[in-house]
Design a binder for this molecule. Structure first.
Ligand SMILES: Cc1cc2nc3c(=O)[nH]c(=O)nc-3n(C[C@H](O)[C@H](O)[C@H](O)COP(=O)(O)O)c2cc1C
Length: 322
């Protein structure tokens, strides 16, 4: 049931990924997703030192014996305590076998990743990048449409267009992300030829997600129209929830603010403290348009099982049509 090339490569039960979220996909969320048959990555960028990262890997392994991965972001960063190359070495040394990269081309790191024996997922947001990384030999290509929480591309192409665009050009298994909330979306992506789905925003509203309960309530109350694409003037767009902080960023950008002027408003530190305290007046909070479809806060296992049941319901409906 729901077995395919992706579940086989990753050794998981269902083709369901909880998307990497810096500061959020820690052991508390990664392990329950793995235990429920899905897939999730620790965000390496959450950890400033190798020791802290290794401790989190150990903690996750103590909580699950199922496969999980590590995401190493290749985004340009204002605060960089270790290089991507060093972080990939940490992953190899940790014994975790699945690496997800994102943000910039991973081509320069391919030899290191391959020689380290890692299964390599690369997440990107443009069809030309997806084709490039597939040709570079990554094991799994992940693409996100402009609806997604976090970083879409400047091109603003929706998932419904982007996924088949990419699949017309590659044979590598593909994970589709951006705008998915449930088992119906999962089946829609599989119908388009994807091998699995990356759900980010939806998993924030789960019991195990380590953010403040007020923030989960905020997700329930936010409509699909209440997101903004900030940082387009920096050529590094991010889809975030519409909050006083993100509206301020848009205002500053419209006045031609520089990176230095924007820095206090876009800092990851402000978002991290907002998630912990349930305060959203300052800073910016990544979230996709699919936020409008979040109506409850189930456990991770309930959410994944619900998605699987919905997928089976869609299959029955389709079978009845033919
Ligand atoms: C709060 C939040 C934080 C995120 N942080 C990261 C990150 O650190 N690295 C990354 O590769 N993607 C990040 N993403 C993107 C997700 O991994 C995923 O690709 C995206 O949320 C999928 O789109 P959806 O939100 O429409 O489900 C983040 C998304 C959210 C909502």
């Amino acid at each position: 049931m729901l077995k395919n090339k992706l579940t086989e490569i990753l050794g998981i039960q269902y083709p369901i990924q909880c998307g990497t979220m810096q500061g959020i996909t820690t052991a508390e969320l990664v392990a329950p997703v793995a235990n429920a048959g899905g897939f999730c990555c620790l965000s390496c960028a959450t950890f400033a030192t190798k020791e802290a990262f290794m401790d989190e890997v150990k903690k996750t392994k103590d909580m699950t014996d199922k496969p999980f991965g590590v995401n190493v972001g290749l985004f340009p960063s204002m605060v960089q305590s270790a290089s991507a190359e060093e972080r990939i070495d940490w992953v190899i040394e940790s014994g975790v076998k699945i690496l997800e990269t994102a943000g910039r081309s991973p081509v320069a790191h391919r030899d290191q990743i391959k020689n380290g024996g890692l299964i390599h997922i690369h997440k990107c947001a443009r069809s030309k990048d997806a084709v490039k990384v597939a040709n570079a030999g990554v094991d799994i290509v992940s693409v996100v449409g402009t609806e997604c929480g976090g970083h879409p591309s400047m091109e603003e192409v929706t998932s419904l267009v982007l996924i088949p665009m990419v699949l017309d050009q590659i044979t590598t298994p593909l994970i589709a992300g951006g705008g998915f909330a449930d088992g119906k979306g999962l089946m829609a992506a599989l119908c388009l030829g994807a091998s699995g789905v990356n759900f980010g925003t939806r998993f924030m509203a789960t019991k195990e997600c380590p953010i403040h309960p007020d923030f989960k309530q905020k997700l329930i109350e936010t409509a699909e129209t209440e997101t903004l694409l900030v940082m387009k003037t920096l050529n590094n767009p991010s889809r975030v929830l519409k909050t006083p902080g993100s509206e301020k960023i848009i205002e500053l950008e419209s006045k031609g603010a520089s990176l230095e002027e924007l820095a206090p408003y876009i800092s990851g530190r402000v978002s991290a403290s907002g998630w912990q305290q349930g305060a959203f007046d300052k800073g910016m909070y990544p979230g996709g348009q699919v936020v409008g479809r979040i109506k409850d806060v189930p456990t991770v296992a309930e959410l994944i099982q619900r998605m699987v049941n919905e997928a089976m319901g869609v299959k029955k409906l389709m079978d009845s049509l033919f």
